[in-house]
Write a protein that binds this ligand. Structure first.
Ligand SMILES: Cc1cc2nc3c(=O)[nH]c(=O)nc-3n(C[C@H](O)[C@H](O)[C@H](O)COP(=O)(O)OP(=O)(O)OC[C@H]3O[C@@H](n4cnc5c(N)ncnc54)[C@H](O)[C@@H]3O)c2cc1C
Length: 319
């Protein structure tokens, strides 16, 4: 594995000087570990919290092209490496989290709204069809990027359109067809930042919706380590990428003898062996090494090359 030097203060000071003036907040050397589900990772060279869409668009228009930009959602599907993230990390908070009801059972949610909050809003408004969101611990922005889904429903099934800003500051409105949403991926150009989306729903009773949400919660608690420091499914299910493969990632991991496998402070969950867990003192390096070890063992035993579903970003620490 290539080791890169961690970020240094001198670098960041000069980077800050190259950034445009904003109305939101720009901060240097922001520790990221405590913001993430895995509780690992280094610092953000610069963190930008835009005040609103116009602030974000102006920033992107005027930010020099060579400066890397990374956007974080609720960090429930991301592994940030120990050396941190170079360039600018964008986090959209409450001012991007509004949920509103448009006409004809259309629900609009800002990119920072949590999936669970959208599901709850729909239940309050007696709108069905988005119950699956209640169990996904991410944000709308992350869900659009990942085409997140559960229990036979995905973002693409309920999405009407997504509003986004490109790396050059141009605003777009994409339909799911234009985004070519597929299993845990889409074809939206890299660097696109989602700022909100409209979803279709259908009238249903609050009691019915809440019953479905409770069923989802009960199933999840029984089968997933939802209270651990984790990042959800480590690998995409190969049976969804390639219908000729009949097995789920967890089955292949189990058959390769990796259930409960430990490297440093990282462990493959006993409860759901496609979930990695930080048992307390894991580094991002432990977690990534564990994932790569599992991937290699599965390849040796089954000949199937698992695809990382968790997004691994940032630089490694120099050892
Ligand atoms: C306990 C647990 C259970 C889970 N169960 C499921 C499940 O059932 N189904 C499922 O699909 N996933 C599941 N996940 C994974 C995760 O919750 C989803 O992938 C979620 O949609 C990620 O959203 P996020 O906001 O946390 O994104 P992050 O993890 O912050 O980011 C994921 C990716 O999205 C990008 N991104 C984030 N916000 C934006 C934005 N506004 N614009 C552009 N790109 C953006 C990031 O750059 C990154 O590439 C689970 C995770 C955990 C921890």
């Amino acid at each position: 594995m290539i080791m890169t030097a961690p970020l240094h203060n001198t670098q960041t000071t000069s980077l800050l000087k190259r950034l445009p003036t904003v109305r939101g907040k720009l901060r240097e050397n922001v520790p990221l570990a405590n913001l993430t589900w895995f509780r690992v990772g280094g610092v953000a060279e610069i963190m930008f919290r835009p005040l609103d869409k116009a602030d974000l668009a102006d920033f992107l228009t005027n930010c020099p092209e060579d400066i890397p930009i990374t956007v974080l959602g609720a960090t429930s599907n991301i592994l940030i490496r120990d050396g941190g993230i170079s360039g600018v990390v964008i986090r959209m908070l409450a001012n991007f989290g509004e949920i509103t009801l448009l006409e004809d059972n259309v629900v609009y949610a800002g990119s920072a709204a949590l999936d669970g909050a959208v599901a709850k809003f729909c239940a309050e408004n007696e709108l069905g069809g988005l119950e699956f969101l209640s169990g996904i611990p991410g944000s709308i922005g992350g869900g659009l990027k990942m085409n997140a889904g559960a229990y036979d429903a995905e973002f693409k099934d309920v999405l009407l359109y997504a509003d986004a800003i490109g790396r050059d500051g141009t605003c777009y409105r994409w339909t799911p067809e234009q985004m070519d949403m597929q299993y845990r991926s889409n074809e939206v150009p890299d660097g696109t930042i989602f700022v909100g989306a409209a979803f279709k729903s259908k009238p249903d009773s609050k009691i019915n919706i809440e019953k479905k949400m409770l069923e989802i919660k009960t199933k999840r608690e029984a089968s997933q380590p939802v209270r651990e420091k984790t990042g959800g499914s480590t690998f995409a299910n190969p049976c969804r990428d390639n219908p000729k493969i009949r097995k789920h990632a967890w089955q292949l991991i189990d058959e390769a003898g990796c259930r409960g496998l430990v490297i440093g402070g990282a462990k493959m969950s006993e409860k759901h062996c496609n979930f990695m867990i930080n048992t307390g003192n894991a580094t991002a390096y432990d977690l990534e090494t564990l994932g790569e070890t599992v991937r290699m063992r599965v390849l040796e035993i089954s000949g199937i090359n698992l695809r990382w579903e968790i997004r691994r970003i940032g630089v490694d620490l120099e050892k």
